[in-house]
Design a protein around this ligand. Structure first.
Ligand SMILES: Cc1cc2nc3c(=O)[nH]c(=O)nc-3n(C[C@H](O)[C@H](O)[C@H](O)COP(=O)(O)O)c2cc1C
Length: 209
């Protein structure tokens, strides 16, 4: 039996591409007998900003004033939920070239040097983490926005390099067609992107554990 933690951060409750892709991943995962899915909607039930800077560190590494017990308890719950998962899938749109703030707040709680990091000795080392990134525009090779997705590199760095998880990225671009003269071509490319992303999440969801 394997357990999936499914995180969603889109502010769109309906019509969200990232939510539809994480749902397809979770459905493929749950189709394997014995597998279970735990879901956390970071938009519907937001994690607050990290309430105290010392929460960034594992307890033995802290100095100065102590964090309040309530903040510590929430952090413990979020870390325990992550540690209980064999596989992580995270759906997030690009917002202003960056992470949705709801997802950033979750990252600030679970990335804890001395506890979940560094990667050498991290309890999460080697566990699969699938990043499902949606973008309104084109960030591919040669596009004016190439290299301007500043969300995915942060997640690769923190979940992958720092926490030691085995990160895969499924990106889906061109979700916004706009109204310009090239609208038809944008819609066509968006459709191709969605079909490829759907195939990728289904394959990963049925295979990872
Ligand atoms: C507040 C906000 C900021 C956005 N910023 C960007 C951006 O910087 N680049 C981009 O390509 N799309 C941007 N978009 C568009 C979303 O990334 C795009 O619509 C995406 O598909 C939304 O994901 P979802 O369908 O899962 O909700 C933005 C959308 C919102 C609501």
């Amino acid at each position: 039996m394997a357990r999936l933690l499914q995180l969603d951060a889109s502010a769109a409750v309906e019509g969200s591409t990232s939510r539809s892709l994480t749902a397809a991943f979770a459905a493929a995962f749950a189709a394997v007998p014995g597998n279970a899915v735990v879901r956390r909607d970071l938009h519907a039930e937001p994690v607050p900003h990290l309430p105290h800077p010392q929460l960034h560190w594992a307890a033995p590494l802290r100095s100065g004033s102590a964090p309040a017990a309530a903040g510590e308890a929430l952090q413990e719950a979020l870390i325990a939920e992550l540690l209980a998962a064999d596989v992580l899938v995270v759906g997030y749109p690009l917002y202003n070239y960056s992470l949705p703030s709801s997802l950033k707040a979750w990252i600030d709680h679970v990335h804890v040097p001395g506890r979940t990091a560094p990667s050498a000795g991290s309890p999460l080392a080697g566990r699969p983490a699938v990043l499902v990134a949606t973008r309104g525009g084109d960030y591919g090779p040669g596009a004016p926005n190439e290299g301007r997705d500043l969300a995915t590199p942060v997640l690769e760095l923190v979940l992958g390099e720092e926490m030691g998880m085995d990160v895969s990225v499924v990106a889906c671009q061109w979700t916004l067609a706009g109204n310009g003269p090239d609208r038809e071509e944008r819609v066509r490319r968006g459709g191709l992107e969605r079909a490829a992303a759907l195939a990728a999440v289904r394959e990963l969801g049925s295979r990872l554990r």
